[in-house]
Ligand binder design. Structure first.
Ligand code: SF4
Length: 432
């Protein structure tokens, strides 16, 4: 039997019963493929089902606000997928009379649709003979044919694409593609696949030459960048503050508590004093280029530029000490913690009251009380390791006007806004 027939036979016996395998609706296949690009099936399944409930077709998705789409996507990560899907749905409705393109060439022009997704939709929904190549397919083919080039190199990608097309069942490309992806996901798994029961035992080059654990070859990923983020949960009379991230960088267009971002951990003094002051006043400090937080300049309040300080010395407390109660904190982030802590460690930093700079009080009409501070929370993204701390702050009055870009929302509304998974995780554990 030919190899594609063997894989297909395995698939008929072993495939998982997944909802997108019961439909030829290109919108649903499109959605499932976008979700599954960076997400395991088990996690993506519920998102798919919920998304289809809220946005059952391309029209309903196109008509929704971006915030609503991002909220539905919250927790899945890689939010550009959701924004691109939304943009493409709008294009389909506005420029294509609501008809999703029926060919690879038409599909690949949609925002966020690349070679993989266009091939999947074209083959599964419209029978176009296009081979899909995802991580599972690459692994199966690299082992089956003994491909030596790294599968994430230009040459490797070309070799795998060529072999995948050669292997494709041109008469039934949709089922063939799903079969080989499923075979890679369930049987020819990355570590210790069960070759002894594999239907490709005989033709498999990697098994025959004893290189199963060496293939596929991959160029190692670069080391993730370390980043420290300090979120300030400022509460006043049942309201808190959010800002919306810009359209570049991580978590674009999502909402967050006012944040200081740094490429180094901050000291307690910076976290509770100078940086908090800087954040609230929308000001930069001289001589701290390496730690200048992003997005601060957007927060300079209109008409407040004359209050921008010129040096740290101006912000030293006058010595009229406010009592600033706070829960205990571990101080500077060690970046070792994976959990979400409510800040119950033993050490109480001293002198906090002196560290709340007078600058804050000049902008803020009421005193700010520093509450609990979370332990460092480690959050891993593909190219970035984030060490986050959440600093709870209470006040009796909002400044008027608020710094530009800050939005005042009631605590009941917080759950309505799409936020990064890191913030969502924290709010699931710590009620604000
Ligand atoms: S024999 Fe082993 S390495 Fe080869 S395809 Fe089967 S499971 Fe994968």
């Amino acid at each position: 039997m030919k190899i594609d027939g063997i894989i297909r036979g395995w698939y008929e016996k072993n495939r998982r019963d997944l909802p997108w395998r019961h439909t030829g609706d290109p919108y649903k296949i499109w959605l499932s493929e976008i979700i599954l690009q960076q997400t395991r099936v088990q996690q993506g399944l519920n998102y798919y089902l919920d998304f289809i409930k809220v946005f059952p077709d391309v029209n309903s998705l196109a008509l929704a606000s971006e915030d609503k789409v991002l909220k539905q996507w919250q927790g899945l990560g890689y939010y550009s997928r959701a924004r691109n899907l939304h943009r493409a749905a709008k294009d389909v409705v506005e420029q294509m009379e609501g008809e999703i393109p029926r060919t690879y060439d038409g599909l690949i022009k949609l925002k966020g649709v690349g070679n993989y997704t266009a091939s999947a939709i074209a083959s599964i929904c419209f029978g176009e003979p296009r081979a899909v190549v995802d991580g599972n397919v690459s692994r199966v083919i690299a082992r089956l044919y003994g491909v030596e080039e790294p599968i994430n190199s230009t040459m490797g990608i070309k070799s795998i694409a060529f072999l995948a097309h050669e292997l494709l069942d041109k008469d039934d490309p949709g089922n063939h593609n799903q079969a080989i992806m499923e075979f890679g996901a369930l049987h020819c798994v990355p570590h210790s696949p069960d070759c002894s029961t594999c239907p490709l035992f005989h033709p498999c080059e990697a098994r025959r030459t004893g290189r199963v654990d060496q293939l596929p070859v991959k160029i190692p990923k670069r080391k993730p960048v370390e980043q420290w983020m300090y979120f300030y949960i400022i509460i006043c009379n049942g309201e808190t503050l959010f800002s919306k991230r810009g359209t570049d960088g991580i978590w674009s267009s999502l909402y967050q508590f006012p944040v200081v971002e740094s490429n180094l951990p901050l000291s307690e003094e910076e976290m509770l004093g100078t940086k908090l002051d800087q954040l609230i006043r929308g000001a930069d400090y001289e001589g701290e280029e390496e730690r200048v937080p992003t997005g601060i300049s957007e927060r300079v309040p209109p008409g407040k530029s004359e209050r921008v300080p010129t040096g740290i010395s101006e912000r030293v407390s006058t010595g009229k000490s406010e009592r600033v109660p706070m829960d205990k904190s571990e101080g500077v982030s060690t970046g070792k913690s994976d959990g979400v802590s409510t800040g119950k460690s033993d050490r109480v930093p001293t002198g906090i009251s002196e560290r709340v700079p007078t600058g804050i009080r000049s902008l803020w009409p009421d005193k700010l009380t520093i509450g609990k501070i979370s332990d460092p929370i480690r959050h891993q993204l593909t190219h970035r390791t984030i060490h986050a701390r959440f600093i709870h702050v209470e006040t009796g009055t909002w400044p008027d006007p608020l710094p530009a870009g800050w939005i005042k929302i009631s605590l009941e509304q917080v759950d309505d806004f799409p936020v990064p998974r890191l913030i969502n995780r924290y709010m699931e554990v710590v009620k604000i």
